[in-house]
Design a protein around this ligand. Structure first.
Ligand SMILES: Cc1ncc(C[n+]2csc(CCOP(=O)(O)OP(=O)(O)O)c2C)c(N)n1
Ligand SMILES: CC(=O)[C@@H](O)[C@H](O)COP(=O)(O)O
Ligand SMILES: [Mg+2]
Length: 623
């Protein structure tokens, strides 16, 4: 097995050229086998096996730097840098990350997870190399989907000024998670068809060379004609016009050709963009047929490609959101939906199908998505931007400057709020209650179960300013269905009314709050439970009421403590000098690594038993 040789020698350059294709096949089989057990990002990785091998054959890691964009496609890179065994625990707590991590390997030059950062980081490396008079190659690897992110253009614009070698490899498989969208995607397809032009040109020359007598003079004539033809057929090169030398497009599955053109790219002074054509999911039939389904997957059956799921899958919060939004949109033609390349993940597929003219996929462009929504709202529409919590971090200024300052009625459906698990630090949605609450005019809600999400979404349309509704990844909680008071601005909801200890829980932490209360009640404590509903504005009357006959108020939120819901409650109680001790139960001021959410909560002492003990310690310690 060549993979064993790689694992032993940790150097692909020792593999004979005649074995490259065999090694590529072994890597594909390995990825399919391992990910069928652990899940992960399969399709993207199957598409870059040869490209990654060619880069490792051409460059000398860790001296030379490869910076991956998003980094979800770095599994072959990890195999080739001594981490083959890491795939037994891919994305599990304490195991190997699904993204490049400098702390994991010196060959991971830059940590990634959010899209469109690679060219900026690569340019930073290249500038530092030149200033420090060091000598190494810098290669940023960006996908066509990530190239829909505005940051990439800021970086290319800036890269045009560098005089030394800096390579960007554009991995073009025509896919983002779903089909890629927008002008750059169209431009890339014209460049791909230009390849067709080059193919025709080559074909004509070869034919003429074999045509006796008239061949030569004819070739000279046609060459002249071809140059004028080229400017008709091959479009103006965006990249060349931005000052980058454009090479390609070349096949991303021909290792020898890739090595050759990478060697050429190394010789060019200044910024180079190498356009590589790959197939997402290559080598695994089900992933080639449905690359969007195999972008990020759980464990699956290799023979059928079907997910291996334990028991019947209940609808996720995103599914509930998508369904309710369709109901609302059916009655209000002003309702429009926006996604930033996450149609399926945010539950908008049905909306897209039912209302195609009111559905907008802006590409991986969250900043633009926010201000686009602001424009729609200013013109009288009711935009809903469905977006993952950690990706919305990109649009913080736009939420302030373009939406809230003008008090425009944009609804933010903030999915993946709280711990998401396997994707780790870059994807945990644990800052959103802080960054959203800090925005004046922004109303922030979080539902305790799926019915409350539906009610909150309908309520949001009744507000005439910006609203964010935040909910987690995973199945929607279906308990306490009978608790469905009408939503009233700034009003929370009594669930159990006792004395002495109060728990005030935010959103889906309600599930834990119920369990914590059960533990305490079984130990003889008197415990009230309130569902906060509103993260902003907080329910000041409720807090005053609780402080009349409770000694303790424990706030509970799956968000960092700093700037979160609990910190607002604490400030208010202090300001009003309320006779109650407020203790925030929130996440610490740190990044949370990958792992299953249950394991992460135990490790963070954020599971119901740890939290119940924290409450008891607080009370016993005080009394
Ligand atoms: C800021 C941000 N928004 C959205 C995502 C989610 N996301 C991860 S990969 C991906 C598609 C990337 O497409 P491409 O760059 O073409 O890579 P491919 O999977 O096709 O290899 C998206 C939208 C993200 N990681 N970061
Ligand atoms: C790599 C990336 O950013 C996305 O593929 C992300 O992993 C999707 O997350 P979900 O699995 O929660 O939809
Ligand atoms: Mg792509």
């Amino acid at each position: 097995m060549l993979l064993e040789q790689i694992e032993k020698e940790n150097d692909i350059k020792k593999i004979s050229e005649t074995d490259y294709d065999l090694l590529a096949q072994e890597i594909r089989n390995f990825l399919i086998d391992k990910l069928s057990k652990t899940g992960g990002h399969l399709a993207s990785n199957l598409g870059v096996v040869e490209l990654t091998m060619a880069m490792h054959l051409t460059f000398d890691l860790p001296k030379d730097k490869i910076i991956w964009d998003v980094g979800h496609q770095s599994y072959t890179h990890k195999i080739l840098t001594g981490r083959k065994t890491g795939f037994n625990d891919l994305r599990r707590y304490g195991g190997m990350s699904g993204f490049p991590k400098p702390k994991e390997s010196k060959s991971d030059a830059f940590g990634t997870g959010h899209s469109s950062t690679s060219i900026s980081a690569g340019l930073g490396y290249a500038r530092a190399r030149d200033l420090l008079k060091e000598d190494y190659q810098v290669v940023s690897v960006i996908g066509d989907g990530s190239l829909t992110g505005g940051m990439a253009y800021e970086a290319m614009n800036n890269a045009s000024q560098i005089k030394s070698n800096f390579i960007t490899v554009l991995n073009d498989n025509t896919m983002s998670i779903s089909k890629n969208v927008g002008g750059i995607s169209q431009h890339l397809s014209t460049l791909r068809s230009a390849n067709l032009y080059h193919g025709i040109k080559k074909g004509v020359e070869v034919t003429l060379e074999h045509t006796p007598v008239i061949g030569e003079p004819m070739i000279r004539q046609i060459k002249k004609a071809k140059n004028s033809l080229k400017h008709l057929v091959v479009p103006k090169m965006l990249f060349e016009d931005m000052g980058l030398t454009y090479l390609g497009p070349v096949s991303g599955h021909d290792i020898k050709k890739l090595c050759h053109i990478l060697q050429e790219a190394k010789k060019i002074q200044g910024p180079v963009l190498l356009h590589v054509l790959t197939e997402k999911g290559k080598g695994y039939e089900p992933a080639m047929k449905e690359p969007w389904k195999f972008h990020g997957i759980g464990p699956f059956c290799i023979e059928t490609g079907e997910a291996v799921c334990k028991g019947e899958k209940k609808p996720g919060y995103g599914d509930v959101f998508g369904q309710v939004l369709c109901d609302i949109a059916a009655k209000d033609e002003k309702v429009v939906a926006i996604t930033a390349a996450m149609e399926d993940g945010t539950g908008l597929r049905q909306f897209h199908k039912l209302f195609p003219e009111r559905f907008f996929d802006v590409g991986i462009a969250e900043e633009h998505g926010v201000t686009f929504a602001a424009g729609l709202a200013a013109a009288g529409m009711r935009p809903v931007f469905a977006v993952y919590s950690s990706f919305l971090q990109r649009g913080y200024d736009q939420m302030i400057h373009d939406v809230a300052l003008q008090n425009l009625p944009v609804i933010f459906a903030v999915d993946r709020g709280g711990l998401v698990g396997s994707d780790g630090e870059t994807h945990q949605g644990i800052f959103d209650l802080s960054y959203l609450s800090s925005i004046p005019n922004m109303t922030v809600l979080s539902p305790k179960h799926k019915w409350e999400l539906a009610d909150m979404l309908r309520f949001a349309f009744r507000l005439d300013g910006p609203v964010a509704i935040r909910y987690p990844r995973g199945e929607a909680y279906e308990g306490y269905q009978e608790f469905r008071m009408p939503i009233e601005l700034g009003k929370s909801e009594w669930i159990y009314k006792e004395k002495h200890i109060g728990i005030l829980s935010v959103g889906h932490m309600f599930e834990e709050a119920v369990k914590i209360r059960d533990i305490l009640v079984k130990k003889g404590y008197s415990v009230s439970l309130v569902n906060a509903r509103f993260v902003k504005p907080i329910d000041q009357d409720m807090i005053r009421e609780i402080s009349e006959d409770h000694e303790y108020l424990f706030t509970l939120e799956e968000n960092v403590q700093i700037g979160g819901f609990g910190s607002q409650v604490l400030c208010f109680a202090e300001k009003e000098r309320l006779p109650i001790r407020v203790i925030n139960m929130a996440l610490p001021d740190q990044y949370v690594e990958h792992g299953s959410v249950d394991v992460l909560k135990r490790e963070l002492n954020f599971d119901e038993n740890s939290l119940a003990n924290k409450i008891i310690d607080e009370i016993d310690h005080k009394e």
